[in-house]
Design a protein around this ligand. Sequence first.
Ligand code: KG4
Ligand code: ZN
Length: 348
Amino acid sequence: MYVMGIDTSCDDTCVAIIRDGTEISSNVVSSQVDVHKEWGGVVPELASRSHAEAMNAILDVALQKSGLGFSNIDGVAVTFGPGLPGALRVGINAASAIALALNKPLIGVNHVEAHIFVNLLVDPDLKPPFLALVISGGHTELVYVSEWGDYRVVGRTRDDACGEAYDKVAKLIGLGYPGGPIIDELAHRGNQGAIEFPHAKMKDRGLDFSFSGIKTAVLNYVKKKRKETGDQNWPGQEPDKADLAASFQRAMVNMLIENTVRAARESNTKRLVLGGGVASNRGLRENLDELKEHLGIEIHIPPPELCTDNAAMVAELGWWRFSGQQYKLSPISVLELKAYPNLSLDAK
Ligand code: KG4
Ligand code: ZN
């Protein structure tokens, strides 16, 4: 069974085709970074327009790379939320048109759920129960997965998403967009003990995250240094730039790991599954490796290209549903599929 996946929830136009839920026939991601970088973040109107302009070409590339034609496609899965409303609609319209023309089933999938499901594509033997940490530019969620499709969000961010904090800090120190990968790269050349940034201390926060405090701490530190040195571009050069990146990264990784370990203990889980762009962070991956050894936790992290937004994850979730595993849903009529910009994981 070939399932085509489409994702246009944010700033990447993604089309993928997977076979039988285990093999990627093609996985094409067209980034809009060049469109948004001069604004230092995603501009929703530009995102929708760019998706619309790119969609036909990306569909062609995905088919060409897979060596398939539209007639080989058995079903179409598309992200219908959460995401930017206009951007989501471009993907939904394309998917609906294809499904209608081919007379094949169409299904709308949750983007955050797809970030979790991509782990099943990587390891077909993966089984719940497990704890999932989804960390990206728009999401920071700790989710207890008792069965595929059965989710309990046990922790979420109270302010910025984790990747958003990376992007904002990068913008603040003039590093470019998206900031996550740039900070990660710089951090590996810096001294992570150079600056002590505070970890979020909220009363009654349970397993929730907060990243606005560290963002402000970095801002205040940079202001102080600029005043002290009289250099308005501080930290313009290395080692300052790398030390700041490494110290920020250490604090971020510590916060993520601290809550995750607590959640794993509280839910008595020995299996951890990651997803989302920030899960490709090298610092986090190295720390998780240690955790695996110390706590005896089984950890599943997709390869970096399947952590960041892609449509293989959408096709995988679509395949799971089409093949009738657990979700005994009848395929959704093409005319019914709408965008749900605030779709949440525990209210599907
Ligand atoms: O999953 P994703 O591609 O899109 C969303 O669903 O948001 O995640 C993008 C986010 C951006 O904020 C980006 O800066 C961050 O993931 N990111 C990283 C790394 N690679 C991407 N953050 C930290 N370290 C990385 N290596
Ligand atoms: Zn995402």
